[in-house]
Ligand binder design. Structure first.
Ligand SMILES: [Zn+2]
Ligand SMILES: [Zn+2]
Length: 380
């Protein structure tokens, strides 16, 4: 039978937000829930179908794959035919978790919060490390020391959790399968063994060093390269540097979340840098060559033409931030602000008075334009 479109199943659209997807699923799940439709095979099928759709559409990665490749995205690999083994109760408990719907369906309480017995359940947790660096460091790149604490495989028991000399025994609850079957209403669910968490093993004499957990918390120091041009919000993934897995599961990853501190002069926007620089009234009027700071710690010369108005922007090509991808540089934009002289000496005042007598404001194009408009306004 051809599979139906996941969005259609939930009665939603492709552009729906995660919140809308959740709402849509909630509606369908309540309608077709087996506890409300005892013995209705069609409702059961609809409930399973909706849970499968939600399982895919509620996960960003799975949803992207589905949007691109349709149902083909989940077929074939490893002989696992799509979602034939799909545990649809987990999608249900993800949504109904701890909210007001809890007592709506009692039967589902038991299945919540347990792993599904796949080897990925034994993979270690990912870790997050927040790193705040200066804009100069982001410009230059740096070797960064990272101090953190995470778990390692216990050396004493090699991660098995069993005291050296002893061996884990087959779990008595599931007979070593890691899965148990239980009835929920009228259908049977295979779920992870609650006793051994899906490993199929029990430890009779736990390792004294790690108390049977198989791993130990240790302090770590590593060095990592922060690339040139790194931006605020960049995540750097250090594969396998997270928490140790258990029972043969791989390590999690360490994610470095980079934030860039506010700079006293420079404002950054992606690869470009901006700042405002004050120039004197005389430089603005007569023109000048001035020196401005650049993010590399140096100076750049900027030629101010005579008659530069307040707020004029200048662009210094290639004086911005490095770009991670193509090794080129952004630009530096500077905006002039004209500063009116203050605390004048007697002599300066006299000179300005003389200037005032000679000044013809009618030749200033901005002032001329404004007063012409004002004249027209007053006439009307
Ligand atoms: Zn078991
Ligand atoms: Zn141990």
């Amino acid at each position: 039978m051809a599979k139906r479109d996941y969005y259609a199943i939930l009665g939603t659209i492709k552009s729906a937000s995660p919140e809308e997807i959740k709402k849509a699923y909630r509606k369908v799940a309540i309608k077709y829930h087996p506890d409300k439709n005892k013995g209705d095979k069609a409702a059961e099928a609809k409930f399973k179908e909706a849970s499968e759709a939600y399982h895919v559409l509620s996960d960003k990665g799975r949803r992207t794959n589905y949007d691109q490749f349709g149902h083909a995205a989940f077929e074939g690999a490893g002989g696992r035919g799509g979602f034939s083994n799909f545990d649809f109760t987990s999608a249900f408990s993800d949504v109904f978790g701890s909210d007001i719907f809890e007592d709506f369906f009692e039967g589902f309480e038991e299945t919540r919060g347990r792993g599904r017995g796949r080897s990925s359940d034994f993979r270690g947790e990912d870790l997050r490390y927040d790193l705040s660096i200066s804009l100069e460091d982001a410009y230059n790149g740096k070797k960064q020391e990272i101090n953190f604490s995470s778990s390692d495989k216990c050396i004493t028991c090699s991660g098995s959790g069993a005291e050296p000399g002893s061996k884990p025994v087959s779990c008595s609850t599931c007979g070593g399968h890691g899965q148990v079957r239980s009835s929920q209403g009228f259908f049977t669910i295979q779920q992870t063994c609650p006793e051994c968490a899906g490993s199929g093993e029990q430890i009779s004499s736990p390792c004294g060093e790690c108390r049977g957990i198989g791993k130990k918390q240790t302090k770590k120091k590593i060095f990592t390269n922060i690339p040139k041009g790194v931006d605020d919000g960049t995540r750097i993934r250090l594969s396998g540097k997270g928490e140790a897995g258990i029972k043969g599961g791989g390590n999690g990853d360490l994610y470095i979340f980079v934030s860039i501190k506010t700079h006293s002069i420079f404002n950054r926007s992606e690869e470009n840098i901006f700042f405002e620089f004050p120039i004197s009234l005389t430089d603005a009027a007569l023109g000048a060559t001035i020196e401005v700071p650049t993010i590399d710690g140096g100076k750049a010369k900027v030629k101010i033409p005579a008659g530069t108005q307040n707020g004029k922007q200048f662009r210094l090509k290639g004086k911005g931030m490095p770009m991670i991808r193509n090794k080129s540089y952004g630009d530096l934009y500077i905006r002039s602000t004209t500063e009116v002289p203050v605390s004048l000496t007697k002599e300066q005042k006299n000179l300005l008075e003389q200037f005032k007598k000679l000044e013809d404001t009618k030749t200033n194009p901005i002032m001329k334009d404004f007063f012409e408009k004002a004249k027209r306004f007053w006439k009307n």
